[in-house]
Ligand binder design. Sequence first.
Ligand code: SF4
Ligand code: SF4
Length: 105
Amino acid sequence: MSILIHPDKCVGCGKCRVVCPGSLLWKEKDSNKTIMKYPDECWGCTSCLKECKFNAISYFLGADIGGNGTMMQVEQKGHELHWHITEPNGETKVITIDTRKANSY
Ligand code: SF4
Ligand code: SF4
């Protein structure tokens, strides 16, 4: 599993770098933007996705839950997290989670 950071959307706030438990995300040398330094070591915890308020990070789903180029992005609106899933054929799905009820899912 790994993630993809979209440099055109990254504003360099650094929040993803702070929350990554493996310190896999680094600041780019010539800007504040974030780069994925060790993609092979990402275990897909999704902390960076949930922290990014700029929709700048995509997550590649594992083969058992989509896989084959399926990507996921998260967008936060108030108490809701909207998980956007895009399949290689362009088909999209949205899963909405109410964070106030997170423990009941
Ligand atoms: S949280 Fe998003 S916008 Fe901020 S540095 Fe990370 S990828 Fe860039
Ligand atoms: S998914 Fe988790 S382990 Fe992978 S880069 Fe993001 S915060 Fe780090």
